[in-house]
Write a protein that binds this ligand. Structure first.
Ligand SMILES: Nc1ncnc2c1ncn2[C@@H]1O[C@H](COP(=O)(O)OP(=O)(O)OP(=O)(O)O)[C@@H](O)[C@H]1O
Ligand SMILES: [Mg+2]
Length: 256
């Protein structure tokens, strides 16, 4: 594999019973790249993210992250499912930020961030606290370190969730509609944090309906429909001069 490809998906297929949610999805994301996935509801965007971080098992195809096959190991010509321990090891290299912030409600912002570094990465509590404080500062929430999620706005909770993902020092962060549960006036504070993260060189795959963010921050945009990648390419080209009529129609509908 080429050195600078971080995520490579080839012909990923996922069925729910008779229903094909992903139909031979192929995508490459370079190291340090921001890829935005857009598409109508039910097109398979979340399912694809869930296959990348092993929340779903794919039925066909393969995904590599950092040159490592996700979920399987190869022996000769055969693929074998990897153990639960190996699944956890692979998953911890991949951050995930969901639409609903999924913070631990009984832990403060700081405690939410240090949980993984202490219990999964084995950092000392002092070291993890120090790093968490820096991360909170970076997402503009230094003053909220000791607040519980219920004491934070949706936008603040989502920024803590992003800091928590960063605390695990992942190779890649997946975002699944990170702003779509937020009140409109809170969207930009979360997008600003994501923009800063992108500028720092983090590789990001972002499912979003925020086409302004896609236009300003994404390197590449992928349009999915009915479980298929219809079109993928440079953000400026896909958003401004899409090749597919379906992509053009979707972009027009989101804008209006
Ligand atoms: N656990 C499941 N069991 C059965 N069908 C499922 C399951 N999860 C997803 N699906 C179906 O797979 C298709 C793709 O779902 P997915 O959640 O990936 O879409 P999406 O593009 O993320 O949509 P949205 O924009 O609404 O979040 C949908 O038709 C959905 O109903
Ligand atoms: Mg979804």
């Amino acid at each position: 594999m080429k050195q600078d490809i971080l995520v490579k998906a080839v012909d990923v297929t996922k069925n729910y019973g008779d229903f094909r949610a992903l139909d031979k999805v192929s995508l490459e994301v370079m190291r340090g790249e921001v890829n935005c996935i857009i598409g109508p509801s039910g097109s398979g965007k979340s399912t694809f993210l869930r296959c990348i971080n092993l929340l779903e098992r794919m039925d066909g195809g393969a995904i590599w992250v950092n040159d490592e096959l996700v979920g399987y190991r190869r022996e000769g010509n055969n693929l074998h499912q990897i153990s639960d321990a190996d699944i956890s090891r692979q998953r911890r290299r991949i951050g995930m930020v969901f639409q609903r912030f999924n913070l631990f409600p009984h832990k403060t912002a700081l405690e939410n961030i240090i949980e993984g570094p202490v219990h999964v990465l084995g950092q000392s509590v002092e070291q993890a606290r120090e790093r968490a404080s820096l991360l909170l500062e970076r997402v503009g929430l230094a003053a909220k370190a000791n607040h519980y999620p219920a004491e934070l706005s949706g936008g603040q909770q989502q920024r803590v969730a992003i800091a928590r993902a960063m605390g695990m020092q992942p190779d890649l962060i997946l975002f699944d509609e990170p702003t779509s549960a937020l009140d409109p006036e809170l969207v930009s504070e979360v997008l600003d944090v994501m923009k800063d993260l992108a500028a720092s060189g983090m590789t990001m795959i972002v499912v979003t309906h925020e086409l302004g963010f896609a236009r300003n921050v994404a390197n590449t945009v992928t349009f999915m429909e009915a479980g298929k990648v219809v079109e993928t390419g440079l953000a400026s080209e896909v958003l401004s001069a899409p090749k597919s009529a379906r992509t053009a129609e979707f972009i027009k509908a989101v804008h209006s």
